[in-house]
Design a protein around this ligand. Structure first.
Ligand SMILES: C[S@@+](CC[C@H](N)C(=O)[O-])C[C@H]1O[C@@H](n2cnc3c(N)ncnc32)[C@H](O)[C@@H]1O
Length: 218
């Protein structure tokens, strides 16, 4: 008998079986993240990596900013879509995982495109003097709205902001229940702000843990 759980496992496998395969390098990074690093679930992984990559391919991107590098999986997926003169700036506050991310940027031959900033995104973003075609927000959930406000003027007109985990394992619809925590409240504040922001068009993709895709109009 197929239970709901095993049905969704089959469905996930079917989706992966009908998606471009993960490269050996990214398989290795995913495995190493799970063996060596705390909270490995934060790593994007095969499906989300391919979705980000496809979204990047669909618009002509040269400059990308990522908030929250972790072990570098999503940074590699996005940087691989850039032209030679393109740049991906990625910011990570935890210097203990920086070495692993950097070693994979080297293995992927992407160090000429990836500008790796170690420190607090809230401090580093104002210091980066560049306009971006895409900003991928994947840092501290409590700070999503701060990141959004900080990067907004650095995104070109017609550019994009994508925010990960905006469904927060479904907790966004349990906001009135006890146990609603500050991470959930951060995501709720972000989602509600974007929804009423007349400067953008937005759609919440129910993929993975929820991807908010935002186009800047002004
Ligand atoms: C969900 S993980 C990023 C996953 C990665 N983008 C991927 O898809 O493989 C979030 C990361 O954001 C980092 N982070 C949290 N607060 C930050 C901040 N203020 N500035 C920069 N990085 C931050 C965390 O240390 C963590 O590594």
């Amino acid at each position: 008998m197929i239970t709901d759980n095993s049905f969704s496992d089959y469905l996930e496998q079917y989706i992966l079986d009908h998606t471009e395969p993960e490269s050996e390098l990214l398989k290795e990074l995913y495995r190493e993240t799970h063996v060596r690093i705390m909270h490995p679930r934060m790593c994007s992984g095969h499906l989300q990596g391919k979705i980000l990559q496809m979204l990047c391919h669909m618009v002509n991107l040269e400059y990308i900013l990522e908030i929250g590098t972790f072990t570098g999986y999503s940074a590699i997926c996005m940087a691989q879509t850039l032209p030679d003169k393109g740049e991906l700036h990625t910011i990570e506050i935890n210097d203990e995982i920086a070495e692993l991310a950097l070693s994979y940027f080297k293995k992927a031959n992407l160090t000429h495109k990836i500008h790796f900033h170690i420190g607090d995104a809230l401090k580093i973003i104002p210091e980066i003097n560049r306009t971006f075609d895409l900003v991928f927000i994947d840092g501290e959930k409590k700070q999503y709205l701060d990141y959004y406000n900080l990067v907004f003027d650095k995104v070109r007109k017609g550019g994009f902001i994508i925010a990960d985990n905006v469904l927060w394992s479904g907790k966004v619809v349990k906001k009135d229940l006890p146990g609603s925590d500050h991470f959930t409240r951060g995501i709720l504040a972000f989602n509600d702000f974007v929804q009423q922001d007349g400067r953008v068009q937005n759609v919440l993709f129910p993929i993975h843990d929820g991807l908010m895709v935002i186009k800047k109009l002004t």
